[in-house]
Write a protein that binds this ligand. Structure first.
Ligand code: SF4
Length: 689
């Protein structure tokens, strides 16, 4: 037995499949993964994981992985050495900057990569190219939630810890498919609901698994969350059930805010949301009946043309009811990618330096200019989404994209792809030859999380370390090494020997990370930002003060804007979201045979009524058509959706069935996040496949 054990390596790592941030010990022999073992000391998950964390790793040995750098020559990709590839990549950026200026280059950091890698990407953009054109995937999903929280309470992160959700008397889930998207959080809620008498309210267009279990299930018309939430809030104040003491002591703007709610009557709410008024009253009564409530939400809220305002309405309701600053209370915007929180925290954002330090703050700029020995730009950068139109109007001429499937995850794939074709120079750094890589001039093969060191931040602001489980595949290299090489080829003179050096620099420059270092993150140890003056971390936020100069929260006045959906030619509404088995665009999980066997391709869910009207049965092929494109998928008739609602997973095995073949470039003006969920379509039954 000892002989056998000697060959088995046990390494701590962190899951890369969602923002819960489950950690576990991985048992390996060489490149073979024997077992994934969650530990009792795993801070976010304890002894739980889900199917993706447990079985989703075969892709690391997929034959389809990139092995060597590729350079495009005469329209063909040719394998090349690392030194040539780095030189080619650096020269390409340099040439474009000389020809069109520094601001003609856009940088995209990966939300799946480590904090240290996101930090280096933004440093490359800012220190070497003196621009703030740096962003990450949060623009596609949770930027509106961050905007809503910045407006009202001051930090763009979950108010409490995942463990605190257990302590809540009432969990209110809005526009989040928690059982499939954040399974381990859902397991905790299911347990507390069943065993501890925790109450559960779910508001969603689709009767998902959590909705089935809820004490109250609300089904609002698409894009009407502001009306629902504001009507609940107004009813609570009308009844004098608001937390007067909390508001007097800790919240600004109550009187004006209350006045602004005058149009959100039960009558109007019933008309606009389609939810009977007695259900709105029951919801308000249940909120009033408990001491501690937390609200969880995700892209069912944020990906709307009023996504920031809808997120703000959530925070307003929490403030009115005094639900901040204690375990079991607060706002939980559930993060999608494993490190979408961290990529933003560490500065991959067009208006913030690392640690959410604004680029328009003189002292901040001076501090970073001194540390990096450079002149920084104070002009807000271009983001992930506006970058598309800026390619079309010739402002952006080159891009460096790390670990993002830009060609499929941006809105309106056809438009994005045409734009990518117009770039003069494109670097793509990834694990597979992605759709985006097809447009590249140079493709750099990156190592996966199991092959490198670093840290991630999960949805509860928890910084956790991952260790090298196995050696890098073929000639792949960790992103931080590649970014450093490109920077140095451009004369940066960086000298990070390992990711720990990068973390030391970030913690030195960012008050919220002060005192964070690798020895404090050893093994399963972790720290939740913001770090306090006394060196401790923060399990939950806002105990004594909100993150504004006067320490008080701000109620934010909102106006309802109807969703951009009325269209006679396209009478149905297509909603979309995650499925349990697959991850995002599917580049990894569809390359994991066990998972692919279970769910081989994507589908569209159709209500019984609609199926009858159109003569469609489960398994039939249908064409879904929007103004912006069409896809061909199988139909699944189900009572999870009702009426004119359709639902499609956003994960696609084949590019041509991807949801973003259909979506539009319409956006939330406050965050620039595309309104992926506001999608009028029509459906056509196909005779054959
Ligand atoms: Fe991974 Fe999320 Fe599943 Fe945990 S819940 S194992 S982090 S996919």
């Amino acid at each position: 037995a000892q002989m056998r054990n000697e060959q088995i390596k046990k390494t701590k790592t962190v899951c890369t499949y969602c923002g819960v941030g489950c950690s576990f010990t991985m048992w390996t022999k060489g490149r073979k993964i024997l077992k994934v073992q969650p530990e009792i000391e795993s801070p976010a998950n304890g002894i739980s994981t889900c199917i993706k964390g447990k079985f989703g790793w075969d892709f690391v040995n997929s034959k389809e992985r990139l092995k060597k750098p590729l350079i495009r020559k005469n329209g063909k990709f040719i394998e090349t050495s690392w030194s040539d590839a780095i030189r080619f990549a650096a020269n390409g950026l340099k040439k474009v900057s000389e020809k069109y200026g520094n601001e003609s280059i856009m940088f995209i950091a990966s939300s799946k990569g480590t904090n240290e890698e996101a930090y280096l990407m933004q440093k490359l953009a800012r220190q070497i190219f003196h621009n703030n054109n740096i962003d990450n995937s949060s623009r596609f999903c949770q930027a509106p939630a961050t905007t809503g929280l910045w407006r009202t309470v001051g930090y763009g992160g979950d108010a409490g810890s995942i463990m605190d959700i257990y302590k809540s008397d009432l969990v209110f889930i809005i526009g989040a498919n928690t059982a499939e998207s954040h399974p381990v959080i859902a397991t905790r809620i299911k347990r507390a609901h069943k065993l501890n008498g925790q109450k559960l309210i779910v508001s969603d267009l689709r009767k998902n698994e959590m909705a089935e279990r809820a004490d109250i299930y609300l089904h609002p018309a698409p894009g009407t969350d502001i009306v629902l939430l504001s009507a609940i809030t107004k009813y609570i104040i009308d009844k004098k059930w608001h937390d007067k003491k909390f508001i007097d002591e800790r919240v600004n703007n109550f009187d004006d805010y209350y006045k602004s709610l005058s149009s959100f009557t039960l009558e109007n709410a019933e008309k606009i949301t389609g939810i009977p008024r007695n259900q709105i009253i029951k919801t308000a009564e249940m909120i009033h009946s408990v001491k501690n409530m937390c609200i969880l939400w995700a892209m069912g809220v944020t990906q709307h043309s009023a996504g920031s305002d809808e997120s703000t309405a959530i925070s307003n309701l929490l403030l009115i009811t005094g639900n901040y600053g204690r375990p079991g209370t607060g706002a939980y915007p559930l993060r999608g990618h494993n490190n979408v929180q961290g990529a933003s925290d560490f500065g991959a954002m067009p208006t913030y330096l690392p640690g959410y330090q604004p680029i328009n703050d003189k002292n901040v700029i001076q501090k970073f200019e001194k540390a990096w020995n450079t002149k920084l730009s104070v002009k807000p950068g271009i983001d992930n989404v506006s970058c598309i139109e800026n390619i079309d109007n010739d402002k952006i001429k080159a891009m460096y994209i790390v670990g993002q499937e830009f060609a499929s995850t941006g809105p309106d794939s056809e438009m994005v792809r045409k734009s990518l074709e117009n770039l003069e120079f494109l670097i793509v750094e990834d694990v597979f030859f992605s759709e985006t890589a097809k447009f590249a001039d140079v493709v750099l093969p990156a190592s996966v999380s199991l092959e490198k060191e670093g840290t991630f931040v999960n949805t509860e602001r928890r910084i956790q370390r991952l260790y090298r489980v196995m050696e890098p595949y073929a000639e792949t290299r960790p992103d931080w090494e590649i970014i450093q090489d490109i920077a140095n080829e451009l004369g940066a003179g960086w000298n990070y020997k390992n990711p720990s050096d990068i973390m030391d620099e970030a913690s030195e420059l960012c008050p919220i990370f002060k005192g964070v270092n690798y020895s404090r993150l050893e093994g399963f140890k972790s720290l939740q930002w913001p770090m306090k003056e006394n060196g401790e971390d923060s399990e939950y936020l806002y105990e004594d003060r909100f993150n504004f100069p006067d320490g008080k929260a701000r109620l934010y006045i909102l106006k309802y804007r109807p969703p951009l959906m009325e269209d006679e030619e396209y009478p149905l509404h297509l909603n979309n979201g995650r499925m349990l088995e697959h991850f995002h665009e599917g580049n990894e999980t569809f390359k994991t045979p066990g998972i692919r066997e279970k769910v081989p391709d994507t589908f569209v869910e159709i209500s019984n009524d609609l199926a009858k009207d159109y003569g469609i049965e489960s398994g039939d092929y249908v064409k879904i058509v929007s103004k912006w494109g069409s896809v061909k998928v199988r139909a699944l008739v189900t009572d999870r959706v009702s009426g004119n609602e359709l639902y499609m997973p956003m994960n696609a095995a084949y590019d041509e069935e991807g949801i973003n073949m259909l979506t539009s470039y319409n956006r939330d003006p406050d965050s620039d996040t595309p309104s992926y969920k506001e999608l009028p379509v029509k459906i056509i039954k196909l005779k054959d496949k």
